[in-house]
Design a binder for this molecule. Structure first.
Ligand code: ADP
Ligand code: MG
Length: 389
């Protein structure tokens, strides 16, 4: 079972009591809209993180991962002292599973002395740091395993919130809830349409398989950091724009309000606002198009999203633009950069028969521009977190 059971058996006593998994995700459309109380349309992918769990009698939690050679072990009663301020002797990767345990106990008001100790062995085939949210996958798999084992009875949305709490407060990454919701609620061949204000989520059929389409990820390998520069600046511009418009968030500004916005603010702030406002509309339009006309009808929306991020929000890089242009020239239905920007991956919606051609075209275009070769693979919209065995 993808390494987690094997890792468990080589590092703990006997066989695990159960195996749980949660997927990574790709965002089909809706970029930088989450922290503006807007809409996103991500889907869970087939690459997953597996957790093998066994119980132990001494009230301790021990985590091992194929990601790191060393096990980390603490008493469940010590978690409260460990977080939110991360103790420096806990390696960062271990703050994800331990942070989930801490956040679960806190969210349910559970006395650590009342639940069993656990051994967790973690193995993942979600690429780490490629914008496919390996972080939500590890959080979701651990949250599902502990929720079942400790009989806490939280539903999937509550488990997504636990994952986000762990990431924000235990790890210290100020991310939204999109990734965890996608990883928890994913369905085969479907996306999750999420209202980031109400957290209302609905399942939207993608129909990629029936339409003979595949989604290709073109990972540029260009690393970004959300902690520095651009990401925070874009957030600040959005807050400024909302304040000038006199609304709590840019979610409350519509496309029809844009001419007025243009008169009220400087050009740069206006272009940031225009990206968010039109991107929210594009998510809504994509949902309508998928429902009424199927996935071949969303190509122009994906392209318009990319152009808006490139020209108005200014978060693309040459590698991402090259990936999108090469994919389109080779016959993709649509393509756009995905994720926070300043690097990371592009996605292309491609007819099955053209996948090879699109990948070859992207590789050739990168080589011609002197960029390092991209990593490319297809992703399949897949089921969310759950118990496997
Ligand atoms: P992304 O979510 O885009 O992959 P992040 O920086 O949000 O990137 O999360 C990656 C981090 O999550 C890793 O550096 C590691 O600390 C942790 N992580 C992810 N998967 C695992 C795993 N299987 N085992 C241990 N830690 C993991
Ligand atoms: Mg992440």
């Amino acid at each position: 079972m993808t390494g987690a059971a094997e890792l468990f058996e080589s590092t703990a006593n006997g066989a695990p009591a159960g195996i749980w998994s949660a997927p990574g995700r790709v965002n089909l459309i809706g970029e930088h809209t989450d922290y503006n109380d807007g809409f996103v349309l991500p889907f869970a992918i087939q690459q997953r993180t597996h957790v093998a769990l066994g119980t132990r009698e001494d009230g301790r939690i021990r985590v091992v991962s194929t990601f790191d050679a060393d096990a980390v072990e603490v008493g469940l009663a010590e978690l409260e002292a460990l977080f939110p301020a991360r103790r420096s002797d806990v390696p960062e990767w271990a703050t994800y599973p331990l942070g989930v345990a801490w956040a679960l106990l806190r969210a349910t008001g559970t006395d650590p002395a009342s639940v069993t100790g656990v051994d967790l062995a973690i193995a993942s085939d979600v690429p780490i740091g490629a914008g496919l949210s390996s972080s939500a996958a590890i959080e979701g798999a651990v949250a599902a395993a502990l929720n079942d084992t400790w009989r806490l009875g939280l539903d999937r949305v509550a488990l997504a919130q636990v994952g986000r709490t762990a990431e924000n407060e235990a790890v210290g990454a100020p991310t939204g809830i999109m990734d965890q919701m996608a990883s928890m609620l994913g369905r085969a061949d479907a996306a999750i349409f999420l209202d980031c204000r109400s957290l209302e989520a609905s399942v939207i059929d993608l129909g990629f398989a029936d339409a003979g389409l595949q989604l290709v990820v073109i990972d540029t390998g260009v690393k970004h950091s959300h902690a520095t520069g651009g990401y925070g600046e874009r957030r600040a511009s959005c807050e400024r724009g909302a304040a000038i418009m006199g609304v709590p968030a840019l979610r409350d500004v519509s496309v029809a309000d844009l001419p007025r916005a243009e008169q009220l603010m400087d050009d740069e702030t206006f272009r940031r606002v225009r990206h968010i406002v039109t991107e929210n509309q594009r998510v809504l339009d994509t949902v309508t198009a998928l429902r009424e006309h199927g996935p071949r009808s969303i190509g122009d929306l994906l392209l318009a999203s990319h152009a808006s991020m490139r020209d108005d929000f200014e978060i693309s890089v040459a590698e991402l633009d090259t990936a999108v242009e090469a994919a389109m020239a080779a016959g993709a239905v649509g393509a756009r950069m995905t994720g926070g920007g300043f690097g990371g991956a592009a996605i292309a919606l491609v007819a099955h028969a053209d996948v090879r051609r699109v990948m070859d075209a992207a590789a050739a275009a990168f080589a011609a521009s002197g960029f390092a070769a991209p990593t490319m693979f297809t992703v399949v919209p897949s089921a969310g977190a759950g118990r496997e065995a």
